[in-house]
Design a protein around this ligand. Sequence first.
Ligand code: Z15
Length: 789
Amino acid sequence: MEFNKEKWKEKLEERLLEKFSVSLKDASPFEVYKALGETVMSFIAKDWYETKQEYSKTKQAFYLSSEFLMGRALGNNLINLGIDKEIQEFLKELGIDYNQIEDEEEDAALGNGGLGRLAACFMDSLATLNLPGQGYSIRYRNGIFNQYLRDGYQVEKPETWLKYEDVWSVMRPEDEVVVNFGYTSVRALPYDMPIIGYGTKNVNTLRLWEAHSIVDLDLGVFNQQDYLHATQDKTLAEDISRVLYPNDSTDEGKKLRLRQQYFFVSASLQDIIKKFKKVHGREFSKIPEFISIQLNDTHPVIAIPELMRILVDVEGVLWEDAWEIVKKTFSYTNHTILAEALEKWWVGLYQEVVPRIFQITEGIHNQFKNELANLYPNDVNKQNRMQIIQGNMIHMAWLAIYGSHKVNGVAELHTEILKEHELRDWYELYPDKFLNKTNGITQRRWLLKSNPQLASYITELIGDAWIKDLSELKKLEQFIDDKKVLSKIWDIKIEKKKELVEYLRETQGIDINPNSIFDVQVKRLHEYKRQLLNIFQVYDLYQQLKQNPNMDFVPTTYIYGAKAAPGYKVAKGIIRLINDIAQIINGDDEIKDRLKVVFVENYRVTVAEKIFPAADISEQISTAGKEASGTGNMKFMLNGAITLGTLDGANVEIAKEAGEENEYIFGMRVKDIEELRKKGYDPRFPYNNVTGLKQVVDALIDGRLSDLGSGIYREIHSLLMERGDQYFVLEDFEDYRRKQREINRDYKDKISWAKKMLKNIANAGKFSSDRTILEYANEIWNIKETKIK
Ligand code: Z15
């Protein structure tokens, strides 16, 4: 977009006066933020409208996801419009600090972790690539909770991003629809957010549904008695879009969650079909030619029976014809093999919430049951394993695979595990349905926005084509022996570390040595991600430094950021443990600046933007086979951090792209774990034989550490020592510690370290979500670039 300073000034002043009756020079940061946001909205309005018009004529992909972890929009929008520098300059001339304006915005935190952030990166890539793709979800009034620490324990407070309204959402009452549940109906009111592509005029849409009571409409006609019922009903309806369920990778199985899912899925499908009919009338057989719907995990899978309902019950299409349409329209992404994440609904609950959808689901189930009986007449076990309804549970993943034409995993290793193990029966039945789509991240937010220093330097070296084509970064390899380049990327890293140090000093009052190694693990807290292994190594290191004060050692800062699901006791115990150990180490005068442990409170997208650029080491240490992909690993790599990781998820591909010699790979592989499981794993073996490990594990229960009486350390101890250490923390400890020491030695050689950094940056091209989205567009959705003029 062209920047015309006079025009912006005029518009901004006009907004401030009309909305707040204030002049530009007297406006508060909040007022400037709002006016700036509204001005952006007014400038993109025409392009947004035209994008919608163009897309309505062609095939579109719809991304149904219960989560979109968007973060802030202002900075990103200005960058994608290509006017960020100009706006900053212009505000500076007026004596306004842009950073202060940016800080007025709350994160749109409508997601838990990787799955929700992936959806957000996909939105950015779709718009940038001019692809007709739209997101659908829920407009949660409260996003992921804000995390505070009290005595080293996590406490949750409600997040309230809509408290002062949101400048980026536009209410669309003309597109309101009614969603029918068993006993009641609710209104679904859509709000649209523009998704501005980088360096293009296309503006895509993320549509979020808000729940309202149908009785709002004529509340006035009720008498006293009904008035109370009516307000109760209003609360019940509005509860549906009240709050995001704060679990990542666990199935809650709650009634309200099912209501949320059906609410946004039904509203979205009604919307999609309504728009289809406007253009194509009742030619429903054409649906797969114009509509492709991606199911992001099992959360929106109820869309399959819902589309059947719309076609069969509402539009009078024959069941058989409707089923063909459904299969060609849907595709499903699996994001996990963890059993506790695969959604299963209790029949009784499902039937109560969505009785008609239950009947249709049963119809689908019976149809498939007959197919199975014909396919495998001599294998009743297999027939039973694959049933959609088993006993009194409905298996949403099975429904998804049966009702989709494509099923994908999110990294090569993950897809192979699905095909060989978890979904083996299904892969044998439908080999052509399965494919891999390795995840990606948008380089616009995760390099251009979060690390402008590195971004400009890269542009200085190889031009700016990488912003739209990340494979361009490969050209950086020509500088691998260029001392000047190597020392510059090192200096930029130090600069970003200093910025993070400053942020942590301001927000948490911690002092960190910017010349120490920043070893970072930021992600949701989960046993399989093994933050416990990380902190065990730190505690062991602390013992070593105490015994051996003259040890040759580069000062290291261990940085953690993680939210635990509020009901996940063990995860909360691990947060306390990290903070407990942090307090001991940071308070030890003998250790001073050599070792520090920092737990970053309330880790979220906006904080992530400060952390990734400042990291030296990227901790990706999940038990092999458990992390489907990971996407934080890619953000670290792009910013020149070296991976310390297991061969799990996309780490495998990261090591392959950058060369395994440029990462620190340790621990058991998937096949080692299979073998050890078969042989029988006894955690007492490493406990008794690995030097120092006993000391660390015993600290949980011998009084050196304190859980303040909650008993959670004993529980963690028992999970390790008595309940089989499911995640092989003790088994992998020794190899992990060895790599940690290697890192500490290697870091001293600045040149060879910077070479590793450069190798990682130069080979991060594969991990752009642009590449991922192009693969979805070409191999699953069959949608084409539709650029507006
Ligand atoms: C979630 O964030 C992920 C998987 C899930 O099944 C749920 Cl419910 C939430 C994550 C994976 O754990 C992570 O490995 C992956 O990178 C991410 O989804 C995006 O695919």
